[in-house]
Write a protein that binds this ligand. Structure first.
Ligand code: MTE
Length: 331
């Protein structure tokens, strides 16, 4: 984002910390091997032993499984990023601006108990005093690409449900046009809140129809477990066709409004970060190209960058939201 990251303190969790995700990977590998049929049978039986041995080990975080999603485009058939990368290479400026800072510092966040307040132009405002009360709907697993504006991407199995389920429940009034997502900003538990990097709290926003799109995920977990603090526990948004910064973390307020919300990055640098922030390879960031991306975990010396796809690959599902709009102006 605005700050040039040094990316030098990349830390790896102790092996005990990544056991549950090895279990996850084991299960996934097993499924893949099973799918290879007879030729893979011997390997599969070996993988089966390994996967089942691993599932016996206790998880570090509480498990949060999700059923396979029926939403179109929700399950990307690409190699999933390693958990250790997805949970140690993060942007969460409340805990520091280096990619390694959130994993080092976010242990001070207290994700339970948690309150999310729904307010503004809705017939049924209210306070959800426990994260569990927000779990209104069956949890689904969705394998989404997350493409950061900085030029890197990951593929993550998230667990949550469509934001539209919550919207249905709180009943926006006819005047509501936008939804504002406000993150926790507690200087006691978030050491960088108070720094001048951003105007706190972190605020993001969507048009109501974007928030209502079935791909927009209210997210409670990843890799079959509750979210680690550094990924936005206990609840965050994931909007897969937009740059990652639209996906606010550790949300405490959801406000329905008739005005386009002033978002944290838009306030910090409006010429660089627009309200829409749809992934669009043909609109350069003023200081760099957005045509290609580096997939985290594939960063060897000779690893080729991947071409960035329009709407991050979700064009078939979401392009109709923007019919008639100039997406170069509305970046
Ligand atoms: N939410 C809050 N509250 N604070 C942040 O700094 N960073 C954003 C987004 N949500 C951010 C945030 C950015 S820039 C990105 S790319 C994604 O979170 C990163 O999510 P991840 O760390 O789970 O990959």
């Amino acid at each position: 984002m605005l700050i040039k990251s040094q990316d030098n303190g990349f830390i790896h969790p102790a092996s005990s910390e990544i056991t549950p995700q090895r279990v996850y990977a084991g299960r996934r590998n097993l499924m893949k091997l099973m799918a290879t049929g007879a030729a893979g049978a011997a390997m599969a039986s070996w993988a089966a032993r390994e996967a089942f041995a691993q599932t016996e080990k206790p998880g570090k975080l509480a498990t949060l499984p999700g059923a396979k999603s029926a939403v179109s485009g929700a399950t990307l058939m690409e190699k999933v990023t390693e958990y250790k990368d997805a949970s140690t290479y993060n942007n969460f400026y409340e805990f520091g601006t280096d990619k390694a800072d959130p994993a080092k510092n976010a242990h001070t966040l207290q994700p339970r108990p948690w309150t999310v307040e729904i307010e503004g132009m809705v017939k049924k405002p209210g306070k959800y005093t426990q994260e569990d009360q927000l779990k209104l709907s069956a949890q689904e697993e969705r394998i989404y690409r997350l493409r950061c504006v900085e030029g890197w991407s990951m593929v993550i199995p998230w667990v949550g449900y469509s934001m539209s389920e919550l919207i249905k429940k709180v009943e926006p009034t006819g005047s509501a046009k936008y939804v504002e997502f406000i993150s926790q900003a507690d200087p006691k538990t978030m050491p960088f809140v108070g720094s001048r990097v951003l105007d706190w709290p972190y605020v993001e926003g969507l048009r109501l129809d974007e928030a209502n799109h079935p791909l927009t995920l209210l997210t409670f977990g990843m890799y079959g477990e509750v979210l680690p603090n550094q990924n936005g526990a206990p609840v965050r948004l994931v909007v897969p066709w937009k740059y990652g910064f639209k996906s606010g973390k550790s949300i405490v307020k959801i406000r329905f409004t008739d005005k386009e919300p002033r978002t944290a990055w838009n306030k910090a640098a409006s010429q660089e970060y627009g309200f829409y922030s749809n992934v669009n390879p043909s609109v350069d960031h003023p200081r760099w190209s957005q045509a290609a991306e580096r997939r985290i975990g594939e960063d060897g010396l000779f690893a080729k960058k991947r071409k960035t796809l329009m709407f991050n690959g979700y064009e078939a599902q979401v392009a109709s939201l923007y019919t008639g709009m100039d997406l170069k102006k509305n970046f």
